[in-house]
Design a protein around this ligand. Structure first.
Ligand SMILES: Cc1cc2nc3c(=O)[nH]c(=O)nc-3n(C[C@H](O)[C@H](O)[C@H](O)COP(=O)(O)OP(=O)(O)OC[C@H]3O[C@@H](n4cnc5c(N)ncnc54)[C@H](O)[C@@H]3O)c2cc1C
Length: 169
């Protein structure tokens, strides 16, 4: 099975970990350069931590900090709220960099903006604005399986939430 993941930010790089299930994965990012941070820290939720810690063996403390209190300051140097609150924070760039180390670089394609896709009886093609195309042939051997599997699938993840992980076949 093959997967083409459109968008090489945190979501796309996380989806690329499908590779660990034996899926052949390529990630296509429209930016011609590796992505850079655009803001402050990000909340680092358990779902985002899991692969890096359990899969890649990275220390949670090496890539995030723990906070123990939540405070809402007021203008008079007091606090509208001050109470215990366990949370983890990281930086976007840290999470991006660590996820990138889990993905073979020859499968992370910068400068590839998806322009469209199509399919016919022989396979699926994803087209990019730079003229490149990713084609996956239909796996005819799977057509006869009892599962009714229709052959190869290409999972397309793009930035629009309603199309996340939409299956082409
Ligand atoms: C570069 C960047 C820096 C950020 N920095 C911070 C930060 O410092 N702090 C913070 O709190 N939040 C930050 N965010 C916001 C938030 O953390 C991200 O939105 C978060 O990474 C969500 O990840 P995502 O993969 O779901 O979506 P996004 O991060 O929005 O990534 C979508 C990716 O898809 C690519 N893409 C879109 N359309 C196409 C197409 N047709 N073909 C190919 N590629 C396509 C985009 O270029 C983008 O890289 C940042 C987002 C980005 C993109």
């Amino acid at each position: 099975m093959q997967a083409a993941i459109i968008g090489g930010s945190l979501g796309g790089l996380t989806a690329a970990l499908l590779r660990d299930l034996g899926i052949s994965v390529d990630v296509y990012e429209r930016s011609p350069l590796e992505l850079v941070q655009r803001g402050a820290g990000i909340g680092f939720l358990p779902g985002s931590q899991r692969y890096l810690v359990e899969g890649a063996g990275i220390s949670l403390d090496a890539i995030s900090v723990a906070t123990s209190r939540l405070r809402y300051p007021t203008h008079d140097a007091g606090f509208a709220y001050d109470g215990p609150h366990q949370y983890r924070f990281s930086s976007w760039a840290t999470v991006y960099r660590e996820l990138l180390t889990c993905v073979p670089l020859d499968t992370y394609h910068l400068g590839h903006e998806m322009a469209g896709r199509g399919e016919n009886s022989t396979g699926i093609t994803v087209r990019f604005t730079n003229g490149a195309a990713k084609r996956a042939a239909r796996d005819t051997t799977r057509n006869s399986t009892k599962t009714g599997h229709r052959g190869i699938r290409v999972a397309i993840r793009i930035a629009r939430p309603e199309l996340i992980n939409a299956k082409l076949m």
